[in-house]
Design a protein around this ligand. Structure first.
Ligand code: FAD
Length: 420
């Protein structure tokens, strides 16, 4: 008892080994945090980026860089550098159902220099962004630094306490940004909770080997089959496979055994059935619990939440990274002058939410619609799914067929870097 009391006292007031100051403290180094840090550092603003992991390596965290992000990179002169990273380009996404109906979402027709989804391993993408940020003297990256507490005085957030290998540190800032993803600690510490919409699916993710005779960088393919949607993305040296299952259904699938899973997936993509034999252990398969939620309020005095911390994105359409980056661009545009002056009014934080909330709501509704239209009741009932008629018509009507591609590529509002 005595021990746990001492322990909890220690946890509530740790010994601080350094007191630091910055203008903008960003927790942390995902797409939203890294991009915001780069954009502010380019403007000569002091930024400290705290990332709890010691590297950016992350498997199955999404590799899809959309035209909206490529255009932002282009504006700041980084597009070519990013495209030099090993990547593939998905120019068309084909979707077929078991009845033989097929449609394609075609990015080639979009009016942009980057009419494709670039599949870039997120680790390399984030390394590239933070390396670019390192070229600015006002940028500081602390890896292995976990933000644990908010520094709050008089209802104002003045920074964070973070734990690193060498102990606890206090970082005071004019503005603290929580960009710490779907399980955001900053969101929790701020007392916010997202309003959840309830996606009906989870996803199993795994890799299959690429073979020499696979068509080069063919992009992506989606197959509908009994109760499932299967997504294959060509990553050049391997295929990333996503297999949708009913929400919470993993234990049932696991109990039925790996043999059955291999056979079921093999039926959905007979041309890859033999490669399924390379999946020999459950640990080769990651389970993504699909969530979607939106905060009612993204800010408090001195604190802003962006990216998945403000709105957890379902993986439908692979838009999460790109919305996180659009949030970063809008935030940098609105905040730069205030941060230079050393004071950020709460009204500026409110205007960031106002600007980004509607596009986020629209894309989340679009994701729900796509899920309903494509998967229908299949996930719930084990029926043979088919492409719904309205969706089929949309993709076969000359003036309308570009809409889904456009919406996935850019969303309802394109953020552009102000004075790049
Ligand atoms: C399995 C999976 C597959 C996905 N596939 C796609 C896809 O194909 N395309 C797509 O666009 N989106 C995809 N998404 C969604 C996408 O990953 C997110 O929408 C996007 O990464 C959000 O970016 P973010 O910067 O807001 O947060 P994140 O990318 O989640 O980054 C948060 C960062 O915060 C760090 N962190 C967390 N807590 C702390 C703390 N207390 N202190 C310091 N650091 C902390 C984490 O280490 C992490 O680096 C996928 C998500 C998952 C889970």
């Amino acid at each position: 008892m005595q021990h746990s009391e001492t322990q909890s006292r220690q946890e509530s007031s740790p010994v601080i080994s350094s007191h630091e100051e910055t203008t903008c403290c960003i927790v942390c180094g995902g797409p939203a945090g890294a991009m915001l840090a780069l954009l502010l550092a380019r403007k000569g603003i002091e930024v400290t980026l705290l990332e709890e992991h010691s590297d950016f390596a992350r498997d199955f965290r999404g590799d899809t860089v959309h035209p909206s992000t490529m255009e932002v990179l282009d504006q700041i002169g980084l597009a070519e550098r990013v495209l030099q990273l090993k990547h593939t380009e998905a120019r068309v996404l084909e979707l077929s159902d078991p009845q033989g109906e097929a449609v394609s979402i075609d990015f080639k027709q979009l009016k942009t220099r980057y009419p494709y989804i670039a599949l870039i391993p997120q680790v390399h993408f984030l390394e590239c962004i933070t390396e670019a940020a390192r070229e600015y003297p006002t940028f500081r990256l602390v890896m292995g630094a976990r933000a644990e507490k908010l520094l709050e005085e008089d209802g104002y957030v003045h920074g964070v306490q973070y734990r690193a290998q060498d102990g606890w540190h206090e970082l005071r800032a004019v503005l603290t940004v929580g960009a710490d993803g779907r399980f955001s600690r900053i969101r929790k510490l701020a007392g916010f909770e997202g309003v959840k919409s309830s996606p009906t699916m989870d996803i199993l993710l795994f890799h299959l080997p690429h073979q020499e005779d696979d068509p080069a960088a063919s992009g992506g393919k989606l197959d509908l089959g009994q109760g499932h949607l299967l997504v294959r993305l060509d990553r050049g040296n391997e295929w990333q496979i996503g297999y949708t299952i009913a929400k919470g259904g993993y234990q049932v699938i696991k109990a039925a055994g790996l043999e059955k899973l291999r056979a079921d997936i093999g039926k959905l993509m007979p041309d890859f059935a033999d490669r399924m034999q390379t999946i020999t252990e459950w640990k080769q398969i990651a389970v993504l619990s699909v969530e979607s939620s939106l905060l009612k309020r993204w800010y408090r005095p001195g604190l802003l939440l962006i990216g998945d911390a403000a709105h957890v994105m379902s993986p439908v359409g692979g838009v999460g990274i790109n919305y996180a980056i659009q949030d970063a661009v809008a935030s940098a545009n609105i905040l730069t002058d205030y941060l230079k002056q050393g004071k950020v009014p709460t009204s500026a934080l409110a205007s960031i939410q106002r600007r980004r909330e509607l596009p986020t709501k629209l894309i989340q509704s679009f994701q729900r619609l796509m899920q309903k239209q494509i998967l229908g009741r299949a996930l719930a009932t084990d029926e043979q799914p088919r492409l719904s008629r309205p969706f089929w018509l949309l993709l076969h009507t000359p003036f309308l067929r570009l809409l889904p591609a456009h919406f996935i590529a850019f969303g309802p509002r394109r953020e552009r870097v102000r004075n790049p």
